[in-house]
Design a protein around this ligand. Structure first.
Ligand code: ZN
Length: 108
């Protein structure tokens, strides 16, 4: 019997981590990397009969830091760009990770 626990970034089909992060819109502390996996089967967490998945490229988006769910491109970008989207995409710029660019110090 093999141990089924696998380090996140080494799971089957891992492709890359993209240079932007997924930021939860109602929690400034909740953000995660955006990574891509390739899979022949649909890994999308939102697969259902009403909103079909984009499976043409066989690519699925999720976080390697917290690999719980993955989404097809359609549903991933829907989660990040709909008018009431719970997440948005923040670009990672050089040097920004160590330099706070927008400190929340607005005490009125
Ligand atoms: Zn989907």
């Amino acid at each position: 019997m093999k141990n089924s626990r696998t380090p996140p970034s080494r799971t089957k089909g891992f492709v890359t981590t993209l240079p932007f992060r997924s930021q939860q819109t109602d929690d400034a502390d909740a953000d995660s990397d955006v990574s891509v996996w390739r899979s022949a089967e649909n890994l999308c967490d939102l697969e259902n009969p009403d909103t079909h998945c984009d499976t043409v490229a066989g690519l699925y988006y999720g976080s390697a830091e917290d690999e719980v769910v993955k989404f097809c491109p359609r549903h991933f970008y829907q989660l990040h760009s709909a008018s009431d989207a719970p997440y948005r995409l923040d670009d990672v710029k050089a040097g920004e990770e160590t330099t706070p660019h927008n400190p929340d110090q607005t005490h009125e």
